[in-house]
Design a protein around this ligand. Structure first.
Ligand code: 5GP
Length: 262
């Protein structure tokens, strides 16, 4: 598959065209941003881990019938994907109240929700991705009622599956954000899951210690983000126990005195 021109560059990913009009190459960058781009950093190895973790989750979701854009992983940082026209909505599913929900409504952080809560945000950085209602979606024709019904069904199934998958490795799925799109350049009229699912887009807490294993480590200056993402990858069986994606760092050579024979 030949990599063509850049089609789109976002905060954490780039999408390139290929010689097949319906397919693209999604490249995972090492950049991290938060608070609507106000906080930025480059974190070595983050893109590699997100590529692997997202591949793992999306292929598992395919197996339970959640159609998504992943065709296959190509290399450390790239995936072959089906091109879609992204619906301009961030779909958020919450199992435990934290983050913007607690700030917005004054709910105590860590409150378990009686049932999963779905929220819709308009995907618009300039406006700070504002919360919207289904009525807004239908009124401005961002998606149809039929599309939202289908997406909501998918969101509940994904949430059930991912809660179980993470629970099996001692991780609690607190919440996540996903995006959907309409297939491009095909005659098939279908909405599929797109973008990525990774510790950048989910909140993941260790079941026992409640240690944060996600992007909140960056947002809240908790440090050790790569260690946390590697921990998630190892627990999911994607990364070998002893492997480390960080580039090897060798100590600087030290000057040594050479004893000369007299
Ligand atoms: P909150 O609305 O509490 O900030 O985020 C809810 C969930 O959606 C969290 O898992 C968070 O990581 C994810 N999320 C919301 N907006 C974005 C976004 O713009 N980018 C990313 N990567 N994740 C987001």
């Amino acid at each position: 598959m030949k990599k063509g021109k850049k089609l789109y560059e976002g905060k954490a990913k780039i999408v390139y065209a290929t010689n097949d009009k319906s397919l693209g190459i999604q490249h995972f960058k090492d950049s991290a941003t938060a608070f609507n781009n106000k906080k930025r950093a480059t974190i070595d190895g983050k893109g590699i881990l997100n590529n692997r973790i997202s591949e793992h989750i999306l292929s598992n979701l395919s197996q339970i019938g959640i159609k998504n854009h992943l065709v296959k992983r190509l290399n450390m940082r790239e995936q072959l994907i089906k091109l879609v026209e992204i619906i301009p909505i961030e779909f958020i599913v919450r199992n435990v109240a934290t983050g913007s929900l607690t700030k917005r409504l004054g709910i105590e952080d860590g409150t378990e929700l009686r049932k999963p809560l779905i929220e819709f945000c308009l995907k618009n950085d300039e406006l700070g991705d504002p919360l919207i209602s289904k009525e807004h979606i239908f009124s401005f024709e961002w998606a149809s009622k039929k599309e939202i019904d289908k997406i909501e069904g998918d969101l509940h199934r994904m949430n059930d599956f991912m809660i179980g998958m993470f629970r099996g490795v001692g991780i609690k799925l607190i919440d996540f954000k996903v995006e959907f799109g309409r297939l491009k350049n095909t005659t098939i009229n279908e909405i599929i899951l797109a973008d990525e699912i990774s510790p950048d887009t989910c909140r993941l807490w260790d079941m026992k210690s409640e240690k944060k294993l996600d992007k909140d480590r960056f947002r809240q200056n908790l440090g050790n983000l790569i260690d946390a993402y590697q921990d998630v990858a190892r627990r999911l069986g994607i990364l070998h126990e002893n492997s480390n994606i960080r580039p090897l760092k060798f100590p600087k050579p030290k000057a040594v005195k050479i004893k000369r024979n007299k």
